[in-house]
Write a protein that binds this ligand. Structure first.
Ligand code: NAG
Ligand code: NAG
Ligand code: NAG
Ligand code: NAG
Ligand code: NAG
Ligand code: NAG
Ligand code: NAG
Ligand code: NAG
Ligand code: NAG
Length: 569
């Protein structure tokens, strides 16, 4: 069983992140991977030539823009601002169902602040579309987007908290895409980042090509971790067990490792349930993300923790982290160390600003091989939440990793991805993944879900495809499951274990992303050339006349591979 855990851990060490990027060519719907977290002296030209923005590079001064206050020559300036939304603006028409990618280069006249792009829809609703930490003295790249729920006009505005600074902008772009274009871009990306070509050359014993040989390829292990949350019902409900084991090799326990579950009464730790769940996962070769050591939201502390003095809390928390991390050392593929510490700061408030940083360092000290995650909601799923914007996530990440001791830590970015109701803003989601992706750490979508609504299945598919197609995403866990286990938000099977429409989407993707089997017939050169998702495969090659068959195992990785199969009968 230790072997299973070792295999789980390899995931993080064998995938070289930067290599993947260097393999990416320039793409029409580009991933702009140059350092968007960097601030540069000259802005780049507008993406897509500005798209539907008129005069995007200010080549014609400020023509077609509405200005607030002053203006410059080579870029536009909003000065003398008094309200956070005072800025230059341009009106555009949004068309129902289209997805719009937004980008601009932003600078401030002084200091540093978050600047957001805001779409004033039809003069009645403000929708934020993206954020950047802009500074004085250099240009920062603001990326984002919007999906149009209906056709209407929209005024593009820029927002910064401090109205007394000037906002400068250059190279503004808003490019529309149809759903079909978006999907085809996802598909192209999946071909590039999740699959590679394998060529089989089937021959007779005398080396002549064997036309008509049947090649059956069946995946035995997917390289991409696509998993599902699990709760304590797995211990008692056989149908739930069967349902789970036949689909998933990766999981997160929804609540059972949390402090409020393992130490309800101070000093009386009880790991019965999480131990039993871990035993079940080991027996079934399922890799587990640890969730979580601490939760920075005051609401979700064990009751008794809420009233501790800072010193008592420090002591209790030291016991907690030592207890849970050493107990499961080497058994988990990940730890969410301080959950939701971009939104909340219970520990920071009580113990000092660097509380999160200290707990990441402590977790690393206790278990140096497990990947340590931040884990936050709304960062890519909801553009209206500025608190946990990609920019603020990045700030917190830098705080956690600031000390030299952190440099060796295996660290990753966890994005919960709890989508609410309404069409998911995939343009915003992608811009957030782009932004966080180029920091260089693996990204996992850790709790993917979408609220119940008529188009839940369709939206869930869009979200999962967006995640799977993004090169920076290294794993996806859904917080979803069958009704009998209480997963009533993103329900995959009903009370009778009948697959729901949303469950059908999940099963379709599991199969599409690799389970197979694929069957192909060798051409007149004896060749079968096929693109396979990264993973392990069993291959059976059958002679067209004698029905003699040969078996081989292959491992599909980034490299093109070539297999010669010689048939001896
Ligand atoms: C941009 O401004 C020019 C000059 O005022 C005007 O002729 C043109 O119609 C404007 N274009 C748009 C799309 O508003
Ligand atoms: C901005 O305010 C300053 C001083 O308050 C004033 O001198 C200047 O003319 C104003 N600029 C514009 C464009 O209104
Ligand atoms: C846009 O606003 C106008 C009035 O301000 C209203 O008549 C119209 O219905 C609105 N359109 C949409 C799509 O909400
Ligand atoms: C090679 O082997 C195949 C099958 O045994 C046979 O049909 C074919 O004639 C052979 N070709 C040569 C050049 O020996
Ligand atoms: C620990 O938890 C289990 C499962 O909830 C329970 O059955 C058991 O009684 C608990 N043990 C103690 C000592 O409270
Ligand atoms: C945490 O913050 C305190 C106070 O600001 C500082 O003295 C200490 O060195 C910091 N610890 C680390 C590990 O950075
Ligand atoms: C689209 O609808 C969703 C949910 O109803 C809402 O959150 C979002 O702001 C809407 N977008 C636009 C552009 O109105
Ligand atoms: C969904 O499940 C939660 C927790 O299991 C429960 O509190 C809630 O009432 C359920 N909601 C519905 C609509 O069944
Ligand atoms: C292929 O791998 C399976 C395990 O997945 C093993 O049982 C089988 O013997 C292997 N076959 C070959 C031809 O290596």
């Amino acid at each position: 069983m230790k072997v299973a855990t070792k295999l789980c851990n390899l995931l993080f060490t064998t995938i070289s992140f930067l290599l993947l990027f260097s393999g990416l060519g320039v793409d029409s719907m580009d991933y702009d991977y140059f350092a968007t977290t960097k601030c540069i002296t000259e802005p780049h030209k507008a993406q897509y030539g500005g798209g539907i923005i008129v005069n995007p590079d200010f080549d014609h001064n400020i023509e077609n823009w509405t200005v607030f206050g002053n203006n410059g020559n080579r870029f536009i300036i909003a000065s003398n601002r008094t309200q956070t939304l005072d800025s230059f603006s341009q009106k555009v028409l949004l068309k129902k169902e289209l997805l719009y990618m937004f980008s601009a280069w932003i600078q401030l006249s002084e200091g540093s602040d978050i600047v957001s792009v805001v779409f004033n829809i039809n003069g009645s609703e403000l929708v934020r579309g993206g954020h950047v930490i802009a500074k004085n003295g250099c240009w920062s790249f603001l990326k984002g987007g919007i999906v149009a729920n209906f056709s209407s006009s929209a005024e593009i505005l820029f927002e910064s908290n401090n109205p007394s600074v000037e906002i400068w902008a250059d190279s503004v772009s808003l490019q529309p895409f149809t759903k079909e274009e978006w999907r085809s871009h996802q598909d192209n990306n999946i071909e590039k980042v999740r699959k590679s070509r394998v060529r089989f050359h089937v021959s007779n014993a005398n080396e002549t090509a064997l036309e008509g040989a049947k090649v059956v390829i069946k995946q035995t292990k997917a390289n991409f971790p696509f998993g599902c949350g699990m709760n304590q019902h797995i211990l008692t409900n056989g149908d739930y067990r069967d349902w789970f084991v036949s689909r998933f090799k990766y999981t997160t326990f929804t609540n059972q490792m949390k402090w409020y579950s393992t130490e309800i009464i101070q000093g009386q730790e009880n790991y019965t349930i999480s131990d039993a769940m871990l035993k079940f996962t080991k027996e079934n070769g399922i890799c587990v993300r640890g969730h979580n050591i601490f939760w920075d939201d005051e609401k979700y502390q064990p009751e008794w923790v809420k009233s501790l003095s800072p010193d008592e809390l420090r002591e209790a928390a030291a016991k907690r982290i030592k207890s849970v991390v050493t107990r499961y050392k080497g058994e988990l593929i990940a730890w969410d160390v301080v959950n939701e510490n971009v939104h909340f700061h219970f520990y920071e408030d009580k113990l000092g600003e660097n509380a999160s940083e200290l707990y990441y360092l402590r977790a690393y000290e206790l278990d140096p091989t497990t990947t340590l995650f931040m884990n936050e909601y709304n960062t890519i799923e909801y553009s209206g939440d500025k608190v946990a914007s990609p920019a603020n996530y990045f700030n917190k990440l830098n705080e956690i990793l600031q000390s030299p001791e952190a440099s060796e830590m295996s660290f990753a970015i966890g994005l919960q991805c709890h989508f609410g109701s309404g069409r998911p803003n995939l343009a915003y989601m992608r811009s957030g993944l782009d932004f966080l992706g180029q920091i260089g750490f693996p990204i996992w979508l850790t709790e993917t879900s979408v609220d119940p609504q008529p188009k839940q299945a369709e939206y869930f598919e869009e979200i999962l495809r967006e995640g799977y197609s993004h090169p920076a995403v290294k794993g996806i866990i859904m917080f979803a499951g069958p009704a009998q286990a209480g997963f009533n938000t993103t329900l995959l099977a009903d009370e009778n274990f009948k697959t729901t429409p949303t469950g059908k989407v999940v099963d379709k993707l599991i199969s599409e992303w690799g389970i197979g089997p694929y069957t192909a017939i060798a051409d007149h050169r004896g060749i079968v050339d096929i693109a396979l998702h990264y993973g392990e495969y069993d291959v059976t090659v059958t002679h067209p006349l004698t029905q003699h068959s040969e078996k081989l195992n292959i491992s599909v990785g980034k490299e093109f591979s070539h297999k010669n199969v010689k048939m001896h009968a």
